[in-house]
Write a protein that binds this ligand. Sequence first.
Ligand SMILES: [Zn+2]
Length: 319
Amino acid sequence: MKRGIKYLIIMVVMIITIMNSYADGHILAFHRFGDDRYSSSNITLEDLNEIVDYLNENQYKVISLNEIIEKISKKEEISDKIMCITIDDAYKSFFDNGLEVLKRNNFPFTVFINTEAVDKNYTDYMTWKEIKEVSKYGEIGSHSYSHPHLTKIGNQKAMDDIQKSIEGIEKKINKKVKYFAYPYGEYNDEIKWMLKSIGMQGIFNQSLGAISGESDIFDLDRMAISNLSGLKWKLKIKYLKAHWMNVEREENYIKSIKVEIDKSIKKVQVYLSGYGWEKVDVENGIIEFKINKELRNARNRVIIKTYANEWSNKLMMKK
Ligand SMILES: [Zn+2]
């Protein structure tokens, strides 16, 4: 009997280990490097080096956005050792501190640039000369012109702002801009559609999630990273294939959601920003959940998480 219990415990530990060790690929987002004046958007060089050592020691493979998008387009399986690195905002601290580390490790990367700050020589931002130098080693994407809250300024203004940035980058570095990352990670369906219509080949948000061959290349999850322990738990997040059939909303009140997921999943947890997680039963692959809550923040997320740690996100902007 005692032996039986021992085996049972070993089996449970093994299952938990397997569940935790297999995930999908991930895209990391960084902002400032070694700039201790800003704790929330900065990674210290000690933390960066610790992460780089961890990735190398654990055989992670850093690939470019071109490569991961090609894999997704072919619906290839994306291993949990695949990773992409992106950097937002064109801060000078990337040029001064971050670039060298990525170069030394042969890690490809993409920098998303908000071009007004560069055009107007704001302090703390790279110059065009520096960005040109960066573009020898990594790709340059757009992060808008003036870094606005895109969902708040009206569609025409949003479109003009985005296009001004893309044209500016293409003129200065003489390469086509293919990728866009939302300022503040804020977007809605109309902004996403707009970016697709002007030929963006990959769009990047800032929501916790993983990348699989079934990801939407126009809505790719990126995770902000500031230290190794944060990285470790975020790398365990897996991709959940979910079809968001309906989100019933009245102004800033969310009434209900209806989401289709795999029929084998019987229970999930649902999260709304400011309220926490709730256990929800799944009926024949359909999650029908009455949320009945008011949005509390400017940016809110509804997250569905399975017990195998697969995540799917929906961003809800307060109006
Ligand atoms: Zn930004």
